[in-house]
Design a protein around this ligand. Structure first.
Ligand SMILES: [Zn+2]
Length: 279
């Protein structure tokens, strides 16, 4: 999907096998920036390189023109095809210092954050060539200047990207979506990042990894506010439910899911882990 002449968004569908019987359909948006060379923001899950190359070739460009791959954060749907793309194109892989450990050591990431079907989403790590810490201003083309804005909480080193000339903000997974599966790393940091994004000036279009592009200011504010209200609603339910001692693992998690009216399939260790950061 064309956002501007040079900034395109590619939606990649995949599914997370939550149990042997049930899969959760998901998607992730990858950005493809057609400058003098091509920059990718995120790589999708394992195997997404083919859809990315197809998209590039349909637009009259070559995969060999990919020179940079910016990784918004370490989660498997963002790094799944990174090593493959690096091998195919020799591109520079860029990520945040606070995400490096999980990007470069996926076994360690999986031990710390048990995403169901993790190795179906990513099966090889990638080494970062360039490490950002937030605040960087980088030129991707003569009329595409980006600013890296730290928006931690979803993960330790999550960042958003402001495309200055085009007034586009890409928030990756930094904004929670109402009633979506809670998978963040730190409730307090996430709340602070939402508040910060709300106060940001300089953008009229909002892109994220898991929402459709928004241009309407009221819709943008509504998306952000609904996510914030959802998170705060969860906070009060979690404090109440987790005050009780559980007889079996995930008992309290299940109680929160039920009380919040969320799908029962969300009661998994990954969500329990996010809930425990409220306490
Ligand atoms: Zn994520």
């Amino acid at each position: 999907m064309k956002i501007t002449n040079k900034i395109h968004l590619l939606k990649i569908d995949f599914s997370v096998p939550v149990t042997p019987e049930k899969s959760l359909p998901r998607f992730v948006n990858v950005l493809i920036i057609f400058g003098d060379y091509i920059t990718l923001v995120d790589s999708g899950v394992d195997g997404s390189h083919e859809a990315i190359y197809d998209y590039i070739e349909k637009h009259g460009r070559q995969r060999s023109e990919i020179k940079k791959l910016i990784i918004s954060h370490a989660h498997p749907d963002h790094i799944g095809s990174a090593q493959r793309i690096k091998t195919d194109t020799g591109c520079e892989v860029i990520g945040h210092a606070n995400e490096m450990e999980w990007i470069e050591n996926i076994d360690f990431q999986y031990k710390s954050r048990p995403v169901p079907g993790f190795y179906t989403l990513v099966n090889v790590p990638v080494k970062l060539d360039t490490i950002w810490t937030g605040g960087e201003e980088v030129s991707l083309d003569n009329d595409i200047h980006i600013q890296i804005i730290n928006t931690p909480g979803h993960s330790k080193g999550s960042f958003s990207i402001l495309f200055k000339e085009d007034q586009i903000l890409f928030t990756a997974d930094s904004l929670p979506v109402e009633n979506d599966i809670p998978t963040y790393d730190n409730y307090k940091a996430l709340s602070d990042s939402i508040r910060y994004i709300k106060s940001l000036q300089g953008f009229t279009t909002l892109l994220s990894s898991w929402t459709t592009p928004l241009n309407d200011q009221a819709e943008i504010q509504s998306l952000i506010s609904k996510g914030e209200i959802y998170l705060h609603k969860l906070d009060s339910i979690i404090r109440e439910c987790y005050a009780e001692t559980e007889s079996n693992p995930l008992d309290n998690c299940r109680k929160v899911i039920t009380a919040a009216g969320l799908p029962a399939i969300f009661a998994i260790p990954l969500v329990d882990r996010a809930f425990r950061t409220h306490l």
